[in-house]
Write a protein that binds this ligand. Structure first.
Ligand code: SF4
Ligand code: SF4
Length: 328
């Protein structure tokens, strides 16, 4: 059973990290994988806490740098230059944190479960990685935690796009009852069902797969695969055979992800921090702690089960959902 360490006071960070052989990071160049936030988003991991983590890595002799990848949608973070500008606006600078910020736009193909994922160069080449993840809800995947941080955040924008496209719905008229549920749950208004006709606006479809889960007659299926399945596979492509320590921050727990520039309400009170060396265990522990405080809040808010990526992650050998929680 894998260990997940829980603490509230950041002074306990070193003790938490010592549970996972942090000394092994000594002498290594270590990407600290984190989401530095979309412009106007307010809930991403903060620079002051990031510095605490970076200092803890330096204290064991590691050479950390902040790391993320460009995104597939339009906006500043679509390019390396634009993402670096956003990082600077949000306070992720050498002066504030004491290390470089590196953004990747290119990668290396890795095969998992007979599908190809293009993994960011710096992730591919690293032996040791630190995953610093802000836990929040997500419109397409229920939760944005450690699995998603790599499954979407560790791959190139071409792979991100492919994963979303593969999760778009394919329609079979014969099985459709024209109940309209798929159109009601679509977060992007990409479906219209009326007068016994089903229409999809491909332009608006984000490939979240929420409609597919909601259809009770299987009249819509994935073009290729469930996004939460490919998310787990892509995460495995990123972290397999590497030394990875995961830190999940359960604070400012918002309805949707750090890519969301809208008001994005907080839906659960602050809980604390988790550390583990298993992405499945730490995300399961995060969900369990959040559910203890606020019921099944992610699924209620985003109409999609966050447990799918846990289940898929376990099935493909990314990690284990069984864990022992150690409170400091
Ligand atoms: S939910 Fe399924 S059955 Fe209902 S309208 Fe949509 S595709 Fe048809
Ligand atoms: S995949 Fe998502 S965005 Fe596309 S039609 Fe279905 S619910 Fe709407």
């Amino acid at each position: 059973m894998n260990k997940v360490v829980f603490f509230v006071d950041t002074k306990k960070l070193d003790e938490a990290l010592n549970n996972f052989n942090i000394k092994n990071f000594s002498g290594k160049s270590v990407p600290v994988k984190l989401h530095m936030g979309e412009l106007k988003n307010k809930h991403f991991i903060k620079p002051d806490f990031t510095k605490v983590v970076v200092d803890a890595l330096k204290n064991v002799g590691a050479m950390p740098y902040l790391f993320d990848t460009t995104v597939s949608y339009s906006g500043k973070r679509h390019t390396i230059k634009g993402y670096k500008e956003v990082a600077k606006i949000h306070g992720f600078t050498y002066k504030n944190i004491g290390c470089e910020v590196i953004i990747d736009d290119k990668g290396v193909i890795v095969n998992v479960q007979d599908k190809e994922y293009e993994i960011a160069d710096h992730i591919f080449n690293a032996s040791n990685i630190f995953a610093l993840t802000h836990v929040k809800g997500h419109i397409a995947t229920g939760i944005g935690g450690a699995i998603k941080a790599f499954g979407m955040g560790g791959v190139t924008k071409e792979t991100k796009k492919k994963m979303h496209h593969g999760s778009r719905p394919i329609y079979q008229k014969d099985a459709c009852t024209f109940c309209g549920v798929c159109a009601e749950v679509c977060p992007f208004d990409a479906l219209n069902v009326e007068n016994n006709s089903w229409n999809q606006d491909m332009k608006n479809c984000f490939g979240c797969g929420v409609c597919i889960d909601a259809c009770k007659t299987n009249a819509i299926t994935h073009e290729d695969a469930d996004i939460q399945y490919v998310l787990a596979c892509a995460a495995k492509a990123c972290v397999e055979n590497k030394n990875v320590i995961y830190l999940n921050e359960l604070k400012r727990i918002a309805k949707s992800c750090d890519c969301d520039p809208s008001t994005n309400p907080i839906i659960c009170p602050d809980i604390g921090y988790l550390v583990s060396d298993d992405p499945v265990a730490i995300d399961k522990a995060s969900l369990d702690l959040i559910n203890d405080v606020k019921g099944n809040i992610f699924e209620k808010e985003n109409k999609i089960s966050p447990y799918k990526q846990i289940k898929f992650g376990e099935e493909i050998g990314l990690g284990s959902s069984s864990y022992q929680l150690i409170e400091l």
